[in-house]
Design a binder for this molecule. Structure first.
Ligand SMILES: [Zn+2]
Length: 390
C-alpha cells in the first residue's frame, strides 16, 4: 500500500467557516452517548455475519432504516440504491437531510455496513454506530449544506456499493451531483486492552491529483476538529482501500477516519465486541460530530428547532425572490412549522392576499410596486418589504 505523496497548492473553493471552537457544536458533541454506541454495536453484532447479499445483510439494512425512522426522519428522506453481486441483490441506504442555504450541495458522511467472515463489530460496526449517532443528534439541527448519511454495502468485495453509487447516482444526473466533501468512517474500533487515544485522519494522495490539495485542507480541518471536540490525538495518513476511493477517482474531495492502533481481527470471526474498544468509538464519534457540524455549517444558534419560540422563528423569516414576479417562497428556521398565516398588503394597508399554512404564495396578480408581507405565528407578527417587478 505504499504510495507517493503529492503536494498541491490548490485551495478549497467551497465555503468553510473559520475554524474556532464553537460552544454550540461542543454542546451537541456532548450528546454523543456511550450507551447508544454500545447498544448500536451490540445490535450490529447480533445481526451476525453480514456478507453482501445475504439475509443478514438485508436484515442489517432493515435495522438501519428502522433506526433512522425511530430518530424521527421520514420515508421521503430515506432512499436506497440497489445493485447485484454474485446473483444477489443488496442495497446502499441513503438518508438525506436538506441544507438551508445550499440544498443542492452535499456533505457525504459514509461507511459500509456489510461484513465478511465475522460479525465485523469493528469493521465496520464502529463507523456504522457513529453515523447513526450523528444522524440522531443532528435531526433537528439546521445545516447550511445538505448532508447525505450513506450506509454502503458490498465494500468487502471491492468497494462495490460506493462504486455503484458514484456511477448511478453521483454521475447519474446532468450536471452530476455537487459534492462538497466525502467523510468516510471505516474501522474505528481500536483494540481491546490497548490505550486507544489516537485516530488517523486520511487525506487523498491518489490520482487524479486535482482534488488532493482540497483533501489536504479538509483533512487538516478534520484533525483540528479531533483536537477541538474529542479527547483524542490526530495522526495524519493517506486514504486507501475504503468507500471514499470511488469518489476520489471521480474527482471529489475526500477525507476519512481510521483507527491508529490497528486491529488484527477484521475479516475474521474474532472481529467481535470483546476485541474492540467501545469507548474509542465513542470518542471518535465526538470528533466526527464536531467535523460534520463544521463541514456542513451547522447552525451556531443554541436553539433547537422544537423549542424555538415564535418570535425567534419569525426573526429568521425569508421571503424570496425579492423582487418577485410570479411566486414568492417563505422560509423560516423551523421548516416543519404548521400553523401560520401570511398576508400581503399595499402601502395603504389594504389586504390583497391572505393565506394560511402555505409556503409558496402566488403573487402573479399584483402589479409592480412595493408591498408588505406579514407573517403571523400565534400572536407574533413580523413584516418585511416585498417588491413586485414585472
Ligand atoms: Zn471496512
Amino acid at each position: 500500500m505504499k504510495k507517493l505523496l503529492f503536494f498541491s497548492a490548490v485551495c478549497l473553493s467551497a465555503n468553510f467557516r473559520a475554524q474556532t471552537f464553537t460552544q454550540t457544536y461542543q454542546n451537541r458533541v456532548n450528546e454523543v452517548s456511550l450507551t447508544n454506541i454500545v447498544s448500536n454495536l451490540t445490535d450490529f453484532s447480533d445481526l451476525g455475519v453480514k456478507t453482501t447479499g445475504s439475509v443478514n445483510n438485508n436484515n442489517a439494512f432493515d435495522w438501519l432504516k428502522a433506526k433512522y425512522l425511530a430518530f424521527g426522519y421520514n420515508t421521503v428522506q430515506l432512499s436506497e440504491n440497489a445493485f447485484s453481486y454474485n446473483g444477489k441483490t443488496t442495497k446502499n441506504l441513503i438518508l438525506t437531510k436538506t441544507g438551508t442555504v445550499y440544498p443542492n450541495t452535499y456533505v457525504i458522511v459514509c461507511g459500509h455496513y456489510d461484513t465478511i467472515v465475522g460479525p465485523g463489530v469493528n469493521d465496520n460496526g464502529s463507523g456504522t454506530s457513529i453515523i447513526l449517532e450523528i444522524a440522531r443528534i443532528l435531526k433537528d439541527v439546521p445545516t447550511e449544506y445538505s448532508i447525505k448519511f450513506i450506509n454502503f454495502s458490498g465494500e468487502e468485495q471491492g468497494l462495490r456499493g460506493s462504486q455503484n453509487y458514484v456511477n448511478t447516482v453521483v454521475n447519474g444526473t446532468n450536471p452530476k451531483m455537487d459534492i462538497k466533501l466525502v467523510l468516510n468512517i471505516d474501522q474505528v474500533g481500536g483494540v481491546a486492552g490497548e490505550v486507544n487515544n489516537t485516530v488517523t485522519c486520511e487525506r487523498d494522495t491518489s490520482s487524479p491529483s486535482s482534488n488532493n490539495g482540497a483533501s489536504s485542507t479538509a483533512t487538516q480541518m478534520l484533525m483540528n476538529c479531533v483536537a477541538l471536540y474529542s479527547p483524542l490525538q490526530a495522526n495524519l495518513n493517506y486514504a486507501y482501500g475504503s468507500d471514499y476511493m470511488p469518489f476520489q477517482a471521480n474527482g471529489e474531495v475526500i477525507t476519512g477516519l481510521y483507527e491508529y492502533n490497528e486491529s488484527p481481527y477484521p475479516h475474521s470471526v474474532n472481529d467481535t465486541f470483546a476485541n474492540m474498544d467501545p469507548t474509542f468509538v465513542y470518542n471518535v464519534g465526538k470528533a466526527a460530530l464536531g467535523a460534520v457540524q463544521h463541514f456542513a455549517l451547522a447552525s451556531i444558534s443554541a436553539l433547537a428547532i422544537n423549542d424555538c419560540p415564535p418570535e425567534k422563528m419569525l426573526e429568521s423569516l425569508k421571503i424570496y425572490p425579492n423582487p418577485a414576479n410570479g411566486f414568492v417562497q417563505i422560509e423560516m428556521l423551523n421548516s416543519d412549522l404548521k400553523d401560520f398565516s401570511f398576508a400581503v398588503t399595499d402601502l395603504a394597508g389594504r389586504t390583497l392576499i391572505q393565506t394560511k399554512n402555505e409556503k409558496r404564495i402566488d403573487v402573479s396578480k399584483l402589479s409592480s410596486g412595493i408591498y408588505l408581507g406579514t407573517m403571523t405565528v400565534e400572536n407574533h407578527k413580523v413584516t418585511k418589504k416585498m417588491i413586485i417587478k414585472k
